[in-house]
Design a protein around this ligand. Structure first.
Ligand SMILES: *Cc1c(COP(=O)(O)O)cnc(C)c1O
Length: 395
């Protein structure tokens, strides 16, 4: 078995996917970043500072909780990896802290980031405040109107929120405007991408920073079960960062089945979906060759999911490769199914999950478990931000 099969290669590719398709002006920034991340991420003093903040500021390790009533319902043993208990309410803070530490070591004073629903914007603004860095967040104007509370949080934290007014004024446009800004301010600016997407080295860097999740799962399963691997890992995928963290240390372990849930939206046979892995075609989006849902003319389709963190038309290049290699089983979970799964978890376990995480929970219905199966499902975030949707959804 090739132990490195699913790791990025030296040129930034997972098989044919990935790479760094960027304008000429950004080449020096990406080269500088590539060198810095290769050097810094494994350094003991970086690791020490990173893990201390994860422990004292984020609250890690996050619990691995054996969900008794949920387990009974599905006839197997289901553990929940509780990223919802992290400071700021989701896994995104792990990556934001790691990249901000890297930015400081690179001598950058100004952090920029894109955000869709505002979760990555809030995590980034939080970390910038913590480290005394200037922070600018690009956010589609449409999204700003939809996610007022997160906009107010970012402002309260001291970030400058810039509305992206091109295109449909959503995440796709926020990324484009952040990249444009970076091109013209690359000297002092660090671009902190929030998921396992974008040009190399971002997908690998984000996966490695999030891999603390599977590092903890290994230890915690050993304590609970006396063996350090599960039969199933389940996570939701928008760009793929919480999933990358969940599966990172198990990718080459074929005993572990990997199940991924993407946003089915209104259904695969409608054009209101975010089912990138199931429906996407290969093309370049935001600097990376990956699977993208496309219109007939080949442009990226406007992705739709009820969950604000899953409605991205692309997906991290690692997932394009895992799908092609059939290393993963992918389910598109529709809005209805996600809402039902959220209500079920709330009533069985007293945990209100984020809408994104509810898609991972929705996948439980699709699998036939054996009584001896051990399952680890990552609850990527908490549902506070989604209360309006939960309350108003007609079901
Ligand atoms: C942003 C977000 C996601 C989706 O992003 P990934 O990079 O795919 O993890 C999932 N869950 C929550 C709670 C989020 O905030």
């Amino acid at each position: 078995m090739n132990m490195k099969k699913y790791q990025v290669n030296n040129n930034g590719y997972y098989g044919e996917f990935g790479g760094a398709y960027i304008p000429e002006v950004l080449k020096p920034c990406i080269d500088e970043l590539k060198q810095a991340y290769q050097q810094v991420l494994d350094e003991p003093n970086f690791q020490q500072e990173f893990h201390q903040l994860l422990r004292d500021y984020v609250g890690r390790p996050s619990p691995l909780y054996l969900a008794h009533r949920l387990s009974e319902k599905y006839g197997c043993k289901i553990y929940l990896k509780r990223e919802d208990l992290n400071h700021t309410g989701a896994h995104k803070i792990n990556n934001a802290i790691g990249q901000a530490l890297l930015a400081k070591r690179m001598g950058k004073k100004h952090i920029i980031a894109e955000t869709g629903a505002g979760q990555h914007g809030v995590a980034t603004a939080t970390v910038c405040t913590l480290m005394g860095l200037q922070c600018t967040i690009f956010m589609g104007q449409t999204d700003m109107a939809r996610q007022r509370v997160n906009v107010e949080k970012m402002k309260m934290l001291g970030a400058n929120v810039v509305p992206a007014t091109s295109g449909s004024m959503t995440l796709n446009d926020a990324v484009n405007e952040a990249l444009q800004y970076w091109c013209s301010h690359s000297e002092d600016t660090y671009y902190l991408i929030g998921s396992a997407v974008g040009p190399h080295p971002y997908p690998d860097m984000v996966a490695r920073l999030q891999s603390v999740i599977s590092e903890e799962i290994r230890k915690q399963l050993m304590e609970h079960e006396g063996r350090n691997y599960p039969d199933y890992l389940i996570a939701c995928v928008g760009g793929g960062s919480n999933a990358a963290g969940t599966i990172y240390h198990y990718l080459d372990d074929e005993r572990v089945k990997i199940v991924l849930a993407e946003g089915g939206g209104k259904g695969l046979d409608t054009n209101q979906t975010a089912a990138t892995m199931l429906l996407g075609k290969t093309c370049v989006l935001h600097g990376s060759k990956t699977l993208v849902i496309q219109k007939e003319n080949g442009e990226p389709e406007e992705a739709y999911s009820i969950s604000p963190g899953l409605d991205y038309p692309g997906v991290g290049p690692l997932y394009a490769y895992l799908t092609q290699q059939q290393r993963v089983k992918v389910f598109a979970i529709n809005d209805d199914e996600a809402i039902r799964a959220a209500r079920q978890l709330t009533r069985l376990e007293g945990i209100i999950p984020a809408l994104e995480s509810s898609h991972a929970l929705g996948a439980l219905e699709k699998i036939h478990f054996k009584p001896t199966d051990t399952v680890v499902l990552t609850v990527s975030g908490r549902g506070d931000k989604d209360m309006e949707t939960y309350l108003s959804y007609p079901l």
